[in-house]
Design a protein around this ligand. Sequence first.
Ligand code: PSV
Ligand code: MN
Length: 405
Amino acid sequence: MPKIDTRTANRLFKALDGFKIELPSWGFADTGTRFGKFFQDAAASTIDEKLHDAGLVHKLTGSCPNVAVHVLWDFTEGEDPRMTRRLARKHGVRIGSINPNVFQDLHYKLGSFCSPDAKARKAALDHTRDSIAIGSAVGSKVLTMWLADGTNYPGQDNLRRRKRDLQQAFRKIHQAMDKSWPGSMLLIEYKPFEPAFYHTDIADWGMSRAFCDHAGPRAKVLVDTGHHLQGSNIEHIVSFLLDEGMLGGFHFNDRKYADDDLMLGSIDPYAAFRIFDQIAQFEFDTGRKPRIEYMIDQSHNLKPKLEAMVQTVDDAQRLFAKAQLVDRKKLATAQRRGDINAAEQCLRSAYETDVRDALAQWRRKHKLPADPVGALRDSGVIARLGRERAAGRRARGEVQSASYA
Ligand code: PSV
Ligand code: MN
């Protein structure tokens, strides 16, 4: 079993110091499948509770200072968004990426920016402009755009007209950001299908990149690891986008079949390692550390939500740490010589190194629990939150049948 020497450990610790992961507010709330919701007593219902839970994850891991928010789910109309900023501060976190919601309202039935209905297109733009104002007010630096736009049947709509309307909308969004939100980034997410099943208007990274080019320099591609067709080589996409200066960030999750929203690395940890490996390789080759927004985008339907989130951060750190251990000089030599087996072993040997002790040492150095999942379980906090929140819901007259703690 490969061992980690002190020099490597110090390099690893520095890399871990810079590896921050944003938590999704929606990952703490009750979510479900199309077929139903399984409620958890401890699930967060209000933005205060979501930020509380995110704060707890940050306290346990020391690596999650930012929380992504969804505008319609987390902000109340008419309320000053700076209230949310203050709430975040109270819980020891900050508001991270702002996610406009242009998919839920009934007028988006045929799409948002791509809809054949000009009223829907205008509503989407107005909502996004409001989201930009919120982003700037809460001190966020990222606007993440995911659209549910697409069609279900061949011939349903004019694909080229939809593309044109969307690129124009992105240009307007970019202009609005230029005017009122200095230092902000526009991340454009892609997804090959769902909820639309014949075509989606931003189906892959290439389309996302083309929309970024039309929008302007703040726009970068967001790679949601679950949003790829079976067999896609995600690390290749990552390496390509990095070299183009177009990788904006990630939504971490894993999947077995489609966009299953499973936990990062739960199905294929080697695939997640290979993504981190390409990022580390880019840094080694160029001597530059690109700005990458690492975010979790998962829905924990059955596992206790807080536990799943802490476990994901732990797993992400482990896979990230392994990628820092690849012997890049040895790898370059093997690649030059065409020694395929030696080259592959450089990756395999790093991947097979047990980094748990090193990670525990890094945590102790930062006065964090060496085993954050264990610490959370031992604390009994999920059971306590479950009691308190269930009582709160009862007092507010909300009826729920909670099946899980
Ligand atoms: C859509 O599947 C997505 O990945 C987008 O990022 C949304 O914002 C998120 O999930 C939440 O539903
Ligand atoms: Mn996503």
